[in-house]
Structure formats: structure tokens, C-alpha cells
Design a protein around this ligand. Structure first.
Ligand code: FPP
Length: 255
């Protein structure tokens, strides 16, 4: 399913190009505060945040990351003022209308987690077109979480499994980690569904309903940088910190 890991290109001598995390997930936070600091409307922060998505996507792909999951719109973000929600719904349209050729050039495939059927028709079309237009790319997967919430994901998986048990298709004894994982929205990522590294920008240290099942053993990193200021160097710094961690997965020895 996944292409060969590309040779990483980096100018940072401290970064080990042979130990790049396969799956990086990012909670992109701080757009509003970035704008506020500049006396700009909040949407200016989201607009700049979209540029950062482009920068970080290319950087991650060049570094050899296999999956980049980005929390773009949560099931809770509908509570924001409608003018801001409307702007956020336009962003995927703006993003894909100009960026799909670059994604294809970098062999990046677009995927989505979340219930996109609740998004405006134009947004759904932009997302579905991008998925189709990049379907043959076998490099990095750019996995957007759109109208995604982890509790919603877990409830849907539970309901689906309960229905299968009730229909006699499976026995409750067959419910295990693997079956749950297969019913999560991340199932299409196969072996790469679980992030190795989760980054949250803007100084907040919360998970905010993002990939709760999948981050059980992820390394967590919190940076004070606002998302619009996050760049290739910030990503490399996060990876360097990751490379200094010792993942034990509940055991005693380093892996
Ligand atoms: C959180 O910052 C950010 C969001 C809710 C939206 C994230 C969206 C983008 C970065 C652009 C996405 C681009 C595409 C292509 C879909 P915040 O508004 O909560 O910031 P604050 O905490 O400083 O107010």
C-alpha cells in the first residue's frame, strides 16, 4: 500500500534521517491568537494556518514521513460563530483548488477521517475530488481530520460492532483490539494508523478529542509556537525531540 520511504532531505545535522517517525499527527492550534497578536481578525490566522499546512506537508513528505494526520475541524468546532465556521468550511476549497498539483508532484495522497457528509456541498466536493485526484500517489498520506471527534469515532465503531453481534455475524468473544481498530476511521491507514508522534502547537497541553484510541503509545510534544508560525524547522525540532525519547510500549527495554 505504501511506497518506498524516500531518502530524507534535511539540512539539520542533529536529525537522524533513518529514524523519522512513520506517522505524525498534529493538533494545529493558535491561529486565533496569532491573528489577535497582529490586531487581525481570527480568520487571518486560519488563512495563514492554511499556508503552514502546505509548508509542513511538503517538509514532512521530503523528510520521509509516511502519514501526516492534521486536525482541521473537530466535531466541537461547530460551536464557533457561524462566520468563522463558514470561513473554515471554505478553507479546504481554497487549499485544494491550488495545491493538488503540488501534492501530486510530491506523490502525496489525500485521505480523510470524519463525517464529511455534514460539510457544505462545495467543501465535500473539493475534498472528494482531492481524494480522487491523488488516489494513485503512493508516497506520504495527508490525512485530514474534518468534522472528526474521537468519541464520535469510538461510538460509531461500538455501534457497528454491536449491530454485527446482534445480527449473529460475530460473537462478543471476538471483540478485541484488532476488531476495534478495524472499525475506527483510521482503519484505511492499515499498520500506520497509530501516530508515533503527536504534536500540539500554541502552548495548550490537551488532546481535545483527537485520535484517543490511536495515541495510546504515541510520544506527545507540546510547543508554544502558534500554528501559523510553525515551519519546517519546527517540524525538524519536534522530530529531533522524538528521536531522543525511549519508547517502551509498557515494557522495560528500549525498542
Ligand atoms: C485552532 O486554532 C485551529 C482550527 C480550529 C482550525 C485549523 C485549521 C487550519 C490550520 C487550516 C486548515 C487548512 C485546511 C486545508 C483544511 P484556534 O482558532 O483555536 O486558535 P486559538 O486557540 O488561538 O483561538
Amino acid at each position: 500500500m505504501f511506497g518506498k520511504k524516500e531518502v530524507s532531505s534535511t539540512s539539520n545535522a542533529n536529525l537522524d534521517p533513518t529514524r523519522i517517525p512513520n506517522h505524525i499527527a498534529i493538533i494545529m492550534d493558535g491561529n486565533g491568537r496569532w491573528a489577535q497578536k497582529r490586531h487581525l481578525p481570527r480568520i487571518a490566522g486560519h488563512k495563514q494556518g492554511m499556508q503552514t499546512v502546505k509548508t509542513v506537508t511538503i517538509a514532512a513528505s521530503e523528510l520521509g514521513v509516511k502519514v501526516l494526520s492534521l486536525y482541521a475541524f473537530s466535531t466541537e468546532n461547530w460551536k464557533r460563530p457561524s462566520s468563522e465556521v463558514n470561513y473554515l468550511m471554505q478553507l479546504p476549497i481554497k487549499f485544494f483548488s491550488t495545491f493538488v498539483p503540488d501534492l501530486v508532484k510530491h506523490n502525496v495522497r489525500v485521505m480523510v477521517m470524519g463525517d464529511i457528509t455534514k460539510l457544505p456541498a462545495g467543501t465535500q466536493k473539493a475534498v472528494n475530488d482531492a481524494i480522487k485526484d491523488t488516489a494513485d500517489c503512493d508516497g506520504m498520506i495527508l490525512n485530514f481530520a474534518l468534522n472528526y471527534g474521537s468519541r464520535d469515532e469510538i461510538i460509531r465503531a461500538t455501534k457497528h460492532i454491536a449491530e454485527r453481534v446482534a445480527a449473529g455475524e460475530i460473537s462478543s468473544k471476538q471483540i478485541d483490539e484488532q476488531l476495534l481498530s478495524q472499525n475506527m476511521m483510521s482503519a484505511k491507514l492499515g499498520d500506520l494508523a497509530n501516530p508515533d508522534l503527536l504534536i500540539r502547537t500554541s502552548g495548550e497541553e490537551r488532546i481535545s478529542n483527537f485520535m484517543l484510541w490511536q495515541i495510546a503509545y504515541s510520544e506527545l510534544e507540546f510547543t508554544d509556537v502558534y500554528w501559523p508560525d510553525f515551519d519546517r524547522t519546527s517540524l525538524e525540532d519536534a522530530i529531533i525531540e522524538f528521536q531522543g525519547r525511549h519508547r517502551r510500549y509498557g515494557g522495560l527495554k528500549n525498542n
